[in-house]
Design a protein around this ligand. Sequence first.
Ligand SMILES: [Zn+2]
Length: 216
Amino acid sequence: MSQTLPAAIPASVFERCADAIADAARELSAMGWTPATSSNFSMRVDAGHAAITVSGRHKGRLGRGDIMLIDLDGHAVGTDARPSAETALHTQIYRRWPEMNVVLHTHSRVQSVASRLFAADGVIRLQGWELQKAIAGYHTHESVLEIPVFPNTQHMPELVARVDAWLDAGKPLHAYLIDGHGIYTWGRDMAETQRHLEALEFLLGCELDLKRLRAS
Ligand SMILES: [Zn+2]
């Protein structure tokens, strides 16, 4: 795949984003969170563009040629490659929050099982866990961290509308699960976003263990 960049975006800037995405994807893949070419990752390049994984590539083996440029309407820019099918969920974050620069979406087993278990409630309410403090803006285990669980669909505008509705209701949002599918989270930079993803994976795993132990 060849990627032509707009004159306003230096190659070094795009390459830095592509390399950061590929590095993170390799780590997440090694943890088993991106099975069978699933999952997608993006990073803001400038106010109007993001770098995102090309659809269908194995996330443990991404090179620069597996990352492409899109505008914030989700259109490919300077390439014939096809962006991830879920691109609209990434661009939604960048359009709503100018300070957010990275979006990570994975399909780990824990995320997938938790999404099914809590789908009927529509939300996972986390409280009392020290690791909630890993989420930006949370300073005590006593706070309540709500992770909504939205129904899965192959029709992205429906999911975009559900995320908008949650936000328009004035509720904080740092991540969401999609039923039977996986998790989306974001942050100001790659390190913060990876921290969010790791913390959420841990917290969801703890909630699953509690459910299991209480049932036995
Ligand atoms: Zn997905």
